[in-house]
Each structure stands twice: as C-alpha cells, then as structure tokens.
Design a protein. Structure first.
Length: 429
C-alpha cells in the first residue's frame, strides 16, 4: 500500500476517536514519506507540531500503523526535510523507552514555595530512589498548579539513568483501552505497562466513569506493587473524595505517600511568572505583570497567555503596553468549540460512543451524557435550540430545552453534575 494511502487511512481512523478540531489543528500538512522494516517517517510542518504529535499521539498512531502494516514500527517525526531534523523514540542500546515526557519540565525550573515544598521534596527523593518506600506516590491539587510538572520532572531525572519509563495521561489511557478492546486484545494492552520500571500516570480522575477501566488500572497497579516498581499518580483531589471510584481503587491510591500542592500563593505565582518572562526576554512593565498575575488562578492559562504575547512581540517587535496585552489575550476565553467536539469528548468521558449520544436509548447511562451534551452545546456555542436538535439526530427543539432545564436543575441538587461539567470543560479547553 502506498505511504500516502496508509497515512490517510491512519488519519481516518484517528478521526473516530479524537475530535475533528484536533485533526484539523495537528494533522494538516502532514504526510508519511517513508516506511521500512524498522520505522515510519512522518513529515510535519515544524518542530512544535513534531513534539506535540510525539508527546500526545505517538502510541495511538503506532497502534493504527501496526494494524495496517502488521509491523511494530518506530515513529520518526521529521520537521525539516533538508536538515533531516527528527523527533523520535529514545533508543539506549537494546532498550526502547517510550517515555512521552515533556523534556522542558524539570526540577531545576520548578518554582517552589510553601504551597508545594513537601510535594517537591518528595518527588526529588523518589527520583533518587525509585521503587522504595514511596511507591505509590500520589500528588493531588487543583488544575494547573504543578502536578504535571513534578511528574515529568521525576521522569526526566530518572531517564538519565536509563530507566524504562512511561508518562501517560488518563485520557490517552482511555484511548489506548478503547483501541485494544475493539480488537479484543487485552493482553497487549496490559503488556504496554507491566514491563515498565516506572509508570507516571496523570489526571486519574477521568477514570471515574468506568469501573472497567478502574479494574484494568488496579491490575497494573498491583503488578507494580508486587514487583516493587515505582508508580506515581496525580489527581485533582484526595483519594477518599473520589465518589465514583471503587473502594479498591481508593484504597490503593491512599496506600502510599500522599502530597498536596495547595493553591499557588501570590509570592510563588510571582516567582513563576518572573522566571518565565525572564527566560523569554519579554519587556513586560510592572502594570502588565500585575495584570497577568490577577488575570487567572490557573498558572497554565497565564503561561499560555504569555506565549501569545511572546508570539505577537516576536512578529511585530512593537512596544508592549497594558491595553495591547489585554487585546492580545481577551479572546483567549472566547473559545470556538464545535458541537461535534462536545459530543466526542462527552462520549469519551463517559466511555460510550458518539452513536450512543445520538441514539434513542433511554437508559440513564445514555440519557445523562446526552442531556449534558445538549446543555453544554447550548452554553458553549451560539447555536439555537433548533440547530442543536438537528445535530442530535434531528430532534425537536423542545427536547433540547427539556435536556437543558433538566441539567440546570440537577446542578442545584447534585454537586457531582457540576464536577462533571468542570471536568468536561477542561477537556474541551
């Protein structure tokens, strides 16, 4: 089969498990230029996309490639044909490490303060002696204040010593499971994890809607415990607060060392932003700096805004002032989310198919996600009730009104509904 046809088939398959908006963002102007006995070379427009595809889609692309070619090939993402600049797997002699780590997140650029010092110190200790008394290690905090940075820092420190490591976000874990379950190849799914020395598992809260996935994770967890290997997990709350987790999973998460990263205080947030701005060599005046600090509690979102400012500055080289900065980042919160993306993300979140969302099935496991999808479509898009109904199997607008009101009432009665909405918004944005 020609390389181009193979790559088009892979993108078509990807479209069934990830939102169209992601396909349009990351896979446009990509192509497969070479496949031999050992590897496949994917041509991409620039280094940023090469790193992004490697860090976020490596495993799922490799799975589909294996399904089509019947070969277990390594992937190489080439972002400069002339200089042959490649992002690929780390190969240390005969040992293959699919680490998926963010190489920029290290201990030496993690800013410490009273809010995170215990978590940081524990992470450093574990990176020096993995598989000891502190496995499992569970880090919890609200979104965007350092869990993922610490997780990657541990991995990057251990990678120097050639440990067999994998970093995986629970959303990719779900995609992996869905891929292998379609092929009824559960042994291969488990083998991806049980041969590791260290597993770094991010955002475990998204397993809350599937007892099957929780059982699979417990199997992997128990293997690591038995073999005295290191497993490090992050989540958005203490283990005992996961109402949708089984008692067995909550018990395991709480069985080792627990560390909370508290909300970033102003002093620590200021240190973080000053470090980032200094590294980017941006001429940010005091009034702009104060505005950025107050603009959001989520450090990740502030950093994304700084990157937008940096992009504008590098292209225009004009003087930055407060009104200009406000105009640059003002539409960061006017996110253009499509209804198909909402349906796809909610289906994945509840471990059902998009077809189930659009169906007439009446069981609660289908009606609740369907109503939630209609509610979020109404709140996150500018579509009318009639237009939303059309995208949900050509339903009447009254069905959308009913679903929206039902979710609004449920939010007042059941705090879990509000949590589901916040989690899904994080997935969408």
């Amino acid at each position: 089969m020609p390389f181009k046809k193979i790559w088009n088939e892979i993108i078509k398959n990807l479209g069934s498990v990830i939102p169209k908006s992601e396909i349009d963002t990351w896979f446009v102007n990509t192509e497969c230029s070479k496949i031999d006995e050992n590897s496949a070379v994917i041509e991409v427009p620039n280094k940023f996309i090469a790193v992004w595809l490697h860090d976020n889609y490596y495993d799922i692309i490799k799975n589909y490639l294996k399904k089509i070619t019947k070969k277990n090939l390594n992937l190489q993402f080439n972002y400069n044909k002339n200089n042959n600049s490649i992002i690929s797997e780390n190969i240390n002699q005969n040992k293959l490490s699919l680490d998926n780590l963010n190489k920029l997140m290290k201990f030496n650029n993690f800013v410490t303060g009273d809010c995170n010092l215990f978590a940081y110190s524990s992470a450093v200790s574990i990176s020096e002696n993995p598989g000891g008394y502190y496995s499992p290690f569970y880090i919890f905090s609200k979104h965007g204040i350092g869990k993922t940075h610490l997780l990657n820092s541990i991995g990057n420190k251990l990678n120097i010593n050639q440990f067999n490591i994998s970093y995986i976000n629970s959303k990719n874990f779900i995609l992996d499971y869905n891929f292998f379950s379609k092929n009824k190849d559960f042994d291969s799914f488990k083998e991806r994890y049980i041969n590791l020395d260290v597993l770094l598992f991010d955002d475990i809260q998204y397993l809350g809607n599937s007892s099957r996935l929780q059982d699979e994770f417990i199997t992997i967890f128990d293997h690591f415990t038995l073999k005295k290997r290191q497993i490090i997990i992050t989540g958005d709350r203490p283990p005992v607060d996961f109402n949708k987790f089984t008692a067995q999973l909550k018990s395991r998460l709480g069985s080792g060392l627990l560390a909370e990263i508290k909300e970033t205080d102003v002093k620590t947030k200021s240190k973080i932003l000053k470090t980032i701005i200094k590294n980017k060599n941006l001429p940010v005046a005091d009034d702009i700096f104060i505005f950025l600090i107050k603009s959001n509690d989520d450090i990740k979102k502030i950093i994304k805004n700084i990157i937008r400012i940096e992009t504008y500055y590098s292209l225009n080289k004009g003087k930055l002032n407060l009104s200009l900065v406000k105009s640059i980042i003002k539409d960061r919160y006017d996110i253009n989310i499509g209804i198909e993306e909402i349906q796809s993300v909610i289906a994945g979140y509840f471990n059902i198919s998009t077809t189930d969302i659009l169906s007439e099935k009446k069981r609660t496991i289908y009606t609740y996600p369907r109503h939630l999808a209609m509610y979020m479509a109404r709140n996150l898009t500018d579509l009318s009730y009639k237009e939303i109904g059309y995208f949900f199997g050509d339903r009447d607008h009254s069905s959308v009104i009913y679903a929206t009101k039902k979710i609004e009432q449920s939010i007042k009665k059941n705090k879990e509904v509000g949590k589901d909405i916040n989690n899904i918004k994080n997935l969408l944005t």
